[in-house]
Design a protein. Sequence first.
Length: 345
Amino acid sequence: MVGMTASPGRRVLLAAPRGYCAGVDRAVIAVEKALEQYGAPVYVRHEIVHNKYVVQTLEKKGAIFVERTEEVPEGNIVMFSAHGVAPTVHDEAREGRLATIDATCPLVTKVHKEAVRFANEDFDILLIGHEGHEEVIGTSGEAPDHIQLVDGPKDVAKIEVRDPSRVVWLSQTTLSVDETMETVDALKGKFPQLISPPSDDICYATQNRQLAVKQMGEEADLVIVVGSRNSSNSIRLVEVAKLAGARAAYLVDFASEIDEAWLEGVTTVGVTSGASVPEVLVEQVLEWLSQRGYEDVELVKAAEESITFSLPKELRRDLRAEAAALVEQRTGDVTGDVVVESAGE
């Protein structure tokens, strides 16, 4: 099929927004800046984001990804991934005399703070999320004696609480909006006084990407989601596409993983990407489709995104100190308002 000419009937619906969210962009840049600032290696606890291409690219630049804090040699730098970690992990880093950079997404940090607050008020916390996901492990670690995991509506029947009038639900930020609300409805059926979090826990990027897929899923015969298989939000996009009406939907890391047999009888292909996917991978998929006659690309725009997050405070502090030192070196002026501290303090 390579080299097939474009057909008036063939088209691609390209989701917008797609790809990097603000939290992922911040985390990836944080690793790159840390490597520039401190030199290799910089250790990262777990994958900084759930994307194979991103991890491999950062490894080539000198990042070393580890599963456990104790794998990091004493005196080195360890960065915590965008998914967040439990307080015990911070304790492990201190015990190992490690300098830390916390690249936890601010929206995940918000959920952590909610968990601490409700635990301090002695609520039972029902955390909706997927067992074993790094984000769920980190949030649960904030209040292990108060949090119970609810992995979908099927778990609701077995949930028991101390006081049905003091129960609150929180959620993993990367879930399907519809699936989460189905679980919430089931919980409310069992606990009518269930309290909701003060603001939506599912992140803006997850919701926007799902909304765009819903819109194009109504027209697409096939939806291709670019993302890794350990990416929760990417997997949810495949599910959302199917529920929206797409005849088929597949998750791929790279264009080379697309099976040409998927195109049989397909007029309209929807393309999107998870929140941890760089745009270059989407461009490669579009090029692959173009070579097979799908050259007409239409944008399906569901929302505007303008949110950005500043770099982790440890990096900002040291970058400011370095800049101040350079200014002093060049001008001979003494800047009295800058305190240079080590990355671990």
